[in-house]
Write a protein that binds this ligand. Structure first.
Ligand code: 8YV
Length: 319
């Protein structure tokens, strides 16, 4: 008898093929997120669950999971949707999918940076809506990022690849991280022990840290006041890192030139008050959304499940 694996969201054909070949797979082919009760109900007769960040495994959901469920093998690098302590206490393993989405997410960070700096959405809307009836050298003037300072908050895998891409624009890399990274990974980037020091020096601040109780709301009024006047904020990590009311204040006062955001406090949907501003470049949480990366994420989650049922330690265990 093959273990039963519940895949909560529609993944790629290649991932469906592999999970259906190797397991007794239950696939959700509707583009619908299971609510709390349905998630609990669907997990009752399964040995493993392969969810995305859209399924919330809070402590009460985990308490209601069956004894037979061995692993929550996430199709995401972020695991803030899972109460890791509760899972550990219940003896359920939790894994994620690091590395394989770093390139795709760094690409989106560059898109957000350039879209914000060069007024991408504003220009696109103007042309599409037939409002482009004027041109002058003073028209649609943005900020150049080439040669400026990139400030990376969270120098993990995605932060490091984003730094590499920014180096391609001749940007000088500064970063803040819980601890300094090895010199061969740092590649000359300037470490700031203190977040405020990074905020004061960077022309672009790009967020790449996980959402935790310590980082939630870290980009607040005080943080935006620290930033250089006319700086740019990029967020491809988690909406929870940013106090969106404070961001709106900084964008409307001119303290920030613009923001490029792929993630929001409320998802799906975003923040209508942010959407009403011109100086924002907005995307619907598509950092890892390339076919190559989606295949790789699904395979990586399945590698972790394979390890659990082969009695091995999964490579990407986080709890
Ligand atoms: C995904 C993400 O969009 O990996 C993460 O933490 O937020 C994204 O890559 C999502 O979780 C896909 O399942």
């Amino acid at each position: 008898m093959k273990p039963v694996v519940l895949v909560t969201r529609r993944l790629t054909d290649a991932v469906h093929e592999r999970v259906s070949r190797d397991y007794d797979a239950i696939l959700n082919m509707e583009d619908r997120v299971f609510g709390r009760d349905e998630l609990i109900a669907r997990c009752q007769d399964v040995d493993a669950v392969l969810p995305c960040h859209s399924e919330v495994f809070s402590a009460d959901v985990i308490a209601a999971l069956p004894k037979r469920l061995k692993v929550i093998a996430n199709h995401s690098v972020g695991v803030d949707h899972v109460d890791l302590k509760a899972a550990k206490a219940k003896g359920i393993m939790v894994t994620n999918t690091p590395d394989v989405l770093s390139d795709a997410t760094a690409e989106i960070a560059m898109l957000c940076m350039l879209g914000a700096a060069r007024r991408g959405s504003e220009g696109d809307r103007m042309v599409r809506e037939g409002r482009w009836n004027f041109w002058s050298p003073a028209f649609m003037v943005g900020r150049q990022v080439s040669g400026k300072r990139m400030g990376i908050v969270g120098m993990g895998r995605v932060g490091q690849v984003t730094a590499d891409r920014a180096r391609g624009f001749g940007m000088e890399i500064h970063y803040h991280n819980r601890r300094r990274i090895a010199p061969e990974l740092e590649k000359g980037a300037v470490f700031h022990d203190d977040l405020d020091a990074l905020l004061e020096t960077a022309d672009v601040v790009s967020l790449h840290c996980p959402a935790t109780p310590e980082t939630t709301g870290m980009m607040n009024d005080a943080a935006f006041e620290r930033m250089k006047p006319g700086a740019i904020l990029v967020n491809t990590a988690r909406g929870a890192l940013v106090d969106e009311d404070a961001l709106i204040r900084a964008l409307t006062s001119g303290q920030l030139f613009a923001a490029g955001l792929d993630v929001f406090r409320t998802e799906p949907g975003g923040n209508p008050r942010l959407s009403a501003l011109e100086n924002v470049f907005l995307l619907p949480h598509i950092g890892s959304a390339t076919s190559e990366t989606r295949d790789a994420m699904g395979f990586r989650a399945l590698d972790n499940i394979d390890a659990v049922f082969a009695g091995r330690e999964p490579g990407d265990r986080v709890a």
